[in-house]
Design a protein around this ligand. Sequence first.
Ligand code: ADP
Length: 268
Amino acid sequence: AGPDLDKVAIAEKLGAVGQVVLVMANKGGCGKSTVAAQLAYQLAADDSQEVGYLDVDLTGPSGPHLFSVADEEVHQAQTGWQPVSARDNLAVMSIGFMLPSRDDAIAWRGVRKTGLIKQFLRDVDWGEHLDWLIVDCPPGTSDEHITVAQYLGGLPNVSVLLVTTPQEMALLDVRKQVNFCHKAHLRVLGVVENMSVFVCPCCGHREQVFAPTTGGAQAMSAQLHVPLLGAIPLDPALMRACESGTALKDSASPAYGAVRALTARLQA
Ligand code: ADP
């Protein structure tokens, strides 16, 4: 067999991006898309950086909503699919733009999903240069991940950010994800613990709502030899920012500093 031309084209296209960060989680609902989107917002807060957000969560695309661009459409141009601009330096691409209505679900078989992800990786026209491409992956390790790994595994500028909640199951799941990444030659940057504590707005008491039944993220990180990159508190202001499709801007809110610190760590 000859060389895989798609693989060559994708390696060339994404190899030119500064950093490609795949955001993964084993379970739905642990805040993967939230973390991915807020990270993109924070990176784009620096005007000198060009940021792309690619939503390959085909079963639950939240990208259009998280960036308040749900009514936009994507167009095919000669140079490729044109992503939607959320800001001058923040472009979003999502399967959500291609669905006739927000209530439609994708019920595709593996081959069709694989084909679309390949197109997403190969054919989106991100413009002249991207400093960051944040990729929101679906939960688990399914067809989508295998496809992403097939095309991006081994590229030196590609890495994975794992999002988890403090419960034991979620942490056990992290182990599966780490193993998957190792097999797929995807470098694991580290783990982010989301919904770590709830800080009472009245008295400042810190309540661990989703208490770990094991040693928690810290122990897990030590066991698996993956750095713990941050802990983001359970924060109504973060939830509201997501619901209204904006960046978390309330600097007094508990999650704000955590998201900023995580962004700084990625940039370091
Ligand atoms: P996933 O992408 O893992 O399925 P989402 O990012 O969609 O999860 O998050 C699930 C829900 O939890 C959303 O309503 C989101 O706003 C909320 N959420 C996520 N992280 C936090 C947090 N740290 N504090 C408050 N709400 C959060």
